[in-house]
Every structure is written in structure tokens, then in C-alpha cells.
Ligand binder design. Structure first.
Ligand SMILES: [Zn+2]
Ligand SMILES: [Zn+2]
Length: 313
């Protein structure tokens, strides 16, 4: 993939080098031509940060938006990426950690207020169906008032939640085939990775996982693998700043993948491009892009991209 195909829409600090500098959406300009992948949030962990949002991505195929994970700020990041919220028709949750699901309900509610009128299917581990129902109950006042006062169509019947507990083919339509695989995220089970095969690209999102054979199988031959990444030397300084250092270290080591091992996964799967994301530690000024790159490069000769919020790949 040549560099010119990758574009920063904005950087984390503000608007720079935007794809569309005018007020109009750039969404339809590339529809029907190329499957787009935009990283919405690339930081690992739920604590809000100044320079990276929590984990989420969007894949756009033929004017349909497939959102993978809904970390804090996902609706805002989609808007900054000029993706109309009303075009969301599938939402995938990899696992029920708050850096991946905190804005799951908010995304649907805010998309509805932004004009969503069409069906949305949501996919993820239990208790996704209950989460969906309870979220709408929690927001019954807003939904009822906007329906009556603003003349909006009903929201709740648009949303269909599907709980996934295994690796399987979720669906196939005219635009994409979507498959899941179970990955190993320590105590949090089930945790899923997703693969999207469109007519021109194959994209895999790892979710959170240790080095995983099932992920290698799912990602076999893919064009792009977005893989979580942890930088071990940086973990020690992170641990020095928190009160729960011992248990946090155990969690990290049994639940996540080092950048070196992400390179091994990419090589074993034979992917063309490895995108590092879900960085742990996130926003650490002591860890440069070249340090992340060098770590993954030890084990992978293909293209490696250090993910940034709002980077298009
Ligand atoms: Zn996470
Ligand atoms: Zn997690």
C-alpha cells in the first residue's frame, strides 16, 4: 500500500491536513471505489487522555459504515472523520471492557439524533442484548420527547442486537462478509476478533488478545491486520505511577500482546500490512513511533503502520 493512499484526516490535537477542508462531507466522494478503514481511537485502556481516544475503528464500504468497538468519544471521532452517523448500519463490540464499549449505547442514541432512520445490527459478546435494552430504558425520556417533539421516527425498533460466543461467519451481504474468531484476553471471556472481506480488501481487527493462533488463522492472507500493541519497557514506568501495580502487571501480561509478538502474528498470518493500535502505554512521550516500529519489525518484514487517531488506511 503506497503512502499516498493513507491520509490523516486530522491529528489528535486539532485539524491538520484534513481530507475535506470544507463543510461538506467527503463521505460519498470515495464510495463505490475503495473500502476505507479509519482508525477512530488508538489508545489502550479506558482512562480519558489528551492525545488519543479509546479503541474504535470504522470500515466504510459502498456508503455503509461498519463500526468496530465503541470506546469513549466514538461518535465525536466519526464526526471528525466526516462519516455521517446516519450511515452506520452495523456495530461490532470485540469484548465488554469499557475502553471498547463505553459509548456503545451513546453512539446509537446520538446517531438517531443526527438523522439515523435505518436498521442497525449490533454484534458482540453477552450481555449485548440486555445492555441494548437497558440503555434504551435509561434514555426513555429523551427518546420519547424527541419522537413527539421533533417528529423523529422510532429508534428502538431499528436496533437488533446479536450476541456472539464463538468464531463464526456472522453474515454476508452485497458489500462484505464478516467473520469472528475467539481470541484469548485473559479473564475477560468471550473476546472476539473480526474479519471483513470486501470486493477489494480484507481487514482484520484483533480486539484485545494475547498472541493468538485463532487470530492468525482468521487473519490468514489479509491485506490489513489492525493489532493491539504493548511496549514492555514502557510498562514498568506506567506501573510505577499506579497503586495497583502488581495486579495490573499480571493483567497486562496475560491479556495483551507485545509489539514484537504482534509482528510474529502478522508474519504467521502472512498479512500485507500490520497496523499497530490500542497502545499500552498510550500517549507516553518516552516511546517514539520508531520504538514501536522497531519492536514489531523484529518479526515482520511487511508494511508496518503506527496507528494514529483519525488516520485513514
Ligand atoms: Zn482494551
Ligand atoms: Zn480489553
Amino acid at each position: 500500500m503506497e503512502r499516498s493512499r493513507r491520509r490523516f484526516i486530522c491529528d489528535a490535537a486539532g485539524l491538520v491536513a484534513c481530507v475535506g477542508t470544507g463543510a461538506t462531507s467527503v463521505f460519498s466522494q470515495t464510495s463505490k471505489s475503495k473500502t476505507r478503514l479509519i482508525l477512530l481511537g488508538t489508545g489502550g485502556g479506558p482512562r480519558p487522555r489528551t492525545n488519543s481516544y479509546a479503541s474504535s475503528q470504522v470500515i466504510i464500504v459502498d456508503d455503509h459504515a461498519y463500526v468496530i468497538d465503541c470506546g469513549d468519544g466514538v461518535a465525536t471521532q466519526l464526526t471528525r472523520a466526516r462519516v455521517p452517523l446516519a450511515t452506520i448500519n452495523n456495530i461490532f463490540i470485540t469484548h465488554q471492557h469499557s475502553d471498547h464499549n463505553a459509548d456503545y449505547g451513546n453512539l446509537m442514541l446520538l446517531a438517531w439524533s443526527a438523522g439515523l432512520k435505518t436498521r442497525v445490527d449490533t454484534w458482540g459478546p453477552p450481555p449485548l442484548a440486555r445492555m441494548t435494552r437497558l440503555f434504551f430504558e435509561m434514555n426513555v425520556v429523551d427518546i420519547r420527547i424527541r419522537t413527539v417533539d421533533e417528529g423523529r421516527g422510532p429508534l428502538i425498533p431499528l436496533v437488533h442486537a446479536h450476541e456472539i460466543v464463538s468464531g463464526t461467519t456472522l453474515f454476508k451481504n452485497d458489500h462484505v462478509t464478516v467473520r469472528s474468531a475467539l481470541v484469548d484476553h485473559g479473564m475477560l471471556k468471550p473476546a472476539l476478533a473480526y474479519r471483513f472481506d470486501t470486493r477489494d480488501r480484507s481487514i482484520v481487527i484483533s480486539g484485545d488478545t494475547v498472541k493468538s493462533q485463532s487470530l492468525i488463522d482468521l487473519a490468514s492472507g489479509a491485506d490489513v491486520l489492525v493489532h493491539e500493541a504493548m511496549y514492555l519497557p514502557g510498562i514498568e514506568s506506567l506501573l510505577a505511577r499506579v497503586p495497583n501495580a502488581k495486579s495490573l502487571k499480571q493483567h497486562l501480561l496475560r491479556s495483551h500482546t507485545t509489539a514484537e509478538d504482534a509482528g510474529k502474528v502478522a508474519k504467521a498470518a502472512g498479512v500485507k500490512t500490520l497496523v499497530l493500535s490500542h497502545f499500552v502505554p498510550a500517549d507516553d512521550p518516552e516511546i517514539s513511533d520508531s520504538m514501536w516500529l522497531d519492536a514489531a519489525r523484529k518479526n515482520f518484514d511487511g508494511e508496518i503502520i503506527i496507528g494514529k487517531d483519525l488516520m485513514e488506511i
